[in-house]
Write a protein that binds this ligand. Structure first.
Ligand SMILES: [Zn+2]
Length: 427
């Protein structure tokens, strides 16, 4: 069941996460403030006009101190990429806003009540009175429905598509991969995956939708036929099925997998620069990297697949921010292939723009603050693949809860990116 009011345990967890998980100086005042909320349970029962709400805001980071202060008040950080030119999206309790004002920190409202937005989405998905769209991609789908859809695609074109589990999750769910390939002699080997982070639902839908387009469009679209014939593509829409299902079960903003019910950030669990900056050793942190590199079955399964299949091209789909990124994530030192990454990345961003004139910014890896142990760094550094991270829609807006009408247009952009990456490679 969905719980609108934060439980005492949630708040204790958040206070501890705040205390343990951040890479900045611990702010006891914030911890004390949260503790007051926890101890004053009556606060939780007040009418909504005075109740605590979780607010998502965007803080421009022209002054780093402003963003550091906003982050010190945050109960969650939504920004995946951190760079001097990028704003910081954080979730704070509503009563922290006046502290930002008092400190002269400018902020912009993204979502006034993130739990109300999640509740509205929950109601839409679960209310029997709400009509279900006939279009499968007209609404978000849970892990069971996505698995069934992949199976259907495999049955639809058994000569070109097959479904197999490449491993299992912590809780024993299969990690489904749909393999799509034509009959050319030396196809390029490619992997696309989504939802390392559970709350990024659009990434699961877009990867499933790209697979759907490639399977169904083969006979009528020459560009798709050319792609399928010349490519051996693996599609893993839900890398983190336990976390994904947990986010469907009411904890909408869950990010990590479900190791010990606390979770590991899978995108900090890969071995290139594992343990470095931008990842946390504290298990309550949203960027907890795990006990050791590849401690998690989900990241290990991707590693094994990439090695076994000699994957040469890779896209890791995330949300949100409308960004195209390339290695390195862990260091500001450019890769030896930076010019090539930039040229191909530019083609990807242009192809995505051509679909609906939605702008995706190509971010130069060296502009970013470090994030160690990511999948794209491993795919490039260890598996030798041309590897991109794509942050899908929205740019800011409602954050992770994207209206379902945007699934199809975002899929157009995802497909354009996949085709562009492939067409930038010689056969
Ligand atoms: Zn992500």
């Amino acid at each position: 069941m969905y719980t609108r009011i934060l439980s005492r345990r949630d708040l204790i967890g958040r206070a501890r996460a705040h205390y343990l998980g951040r890479n900045h100086t611990v702010r006891w005042s914030a911890l004390v403030a949260l503790s007051v909320v926890v101890c004053t349970s009556a606060v939780l029962l007040l009418p909504s006009t005075t109740a605590k709400t979780r607010v998502a805001i965007r803080v421009p980071c022209e002054q780093p101190a402003a963003c550091a202060f906003a982050e010190s008040l945050a109960v969650d950080v939504w920004s995946e990429e951190r760079a001097p030119g990028l704003p910081l999206d954080v979730v704070v309790m509503n009563d922290a806003l006046h502290r930002l004002d008092a400190a002269g920190v400018a902020w912009q409202m993204l979502v006034p009540d993130i739990d109300a937005v999640a509740k509205a989405e929950w109601d839409r998905l679960h209310d029997p009175a709400v009509a279900r769209p006939a279009d499968w991609f007209g609404e978000y789908r849970d892990f069971g429905a996505i698995s069934a859809h992949l199976r259907e695609l495999a049955e639809l074109a058994p000569d070109r598509a097959s479904l197999q589990a490449i491993g299992g999750s912590v809780e024993g769910r299969p990690l489904w991969a749909l393999r799509i390939r034509g009959h050319a002699a030396n196809p390029k080997r490619m992997l696309i995956d989504g939802t390392q982070h559970a709350r990024e639902w659009i990434a699961a839908m877009v990867t499933t939708c790209v697979a759907d387009r490639l399977v169904r469009g083969y006979d009528r679209d020459p560009a798709i036929r050319a792609f399928v014939d010349r490519t051996d593509l693996w599609v893993v829409p839900v890398v983190n099925p336990d976390g994904y299902q947990h986010s469907w079960a009411g904890n909408r903003y869950w990010r990590k997998n479900r190791r010990n019910r606390i979770g590991v950030d899978l995108n900090r669990n890969f071995s290139v620069a594992w343990g470095g900056a931008g990842s946390s050793r504290f298990e309550r942190s949203e960027t907890y990297r795990g006990e050791y590199a590849f401690s998690e079955p989900e990241s290990s399964a991707l590693r094994d697949l990439a090695k076994r299949e000699h994957i040469a091209l890779h896209v890791d789909f995330h949300a949100y921010g409308q960004l195209v990124l390339y290695p390195w994530n862990y260091t500001s030192t450019p890769t030896k292939d930076r010019d090539r990454f930039r040229a191909v990345g530019d083609r990807i961003a242009s192809a995505m723009f051509a679909a609906h004139e939605t702008r995706y910014a190509l971010i130069n890896g060296i502009e970013l603050y470090a994030a160690a142990g990511t999948m794209t760094d491993w795919m490039y550094g260890e598996a030798d693949a041309m590897s991109f991270t794509i942050e899908l829609r929205p740019k800011g807006g409602s954050g992770f809860v994207l209206p379902p009408e945007q699934i199809r247009p975002t899929c157009d952009e995802g497909l354009a990116a996949v085709l562009a990456l492939r067409s930038a490679q010689p056969d």
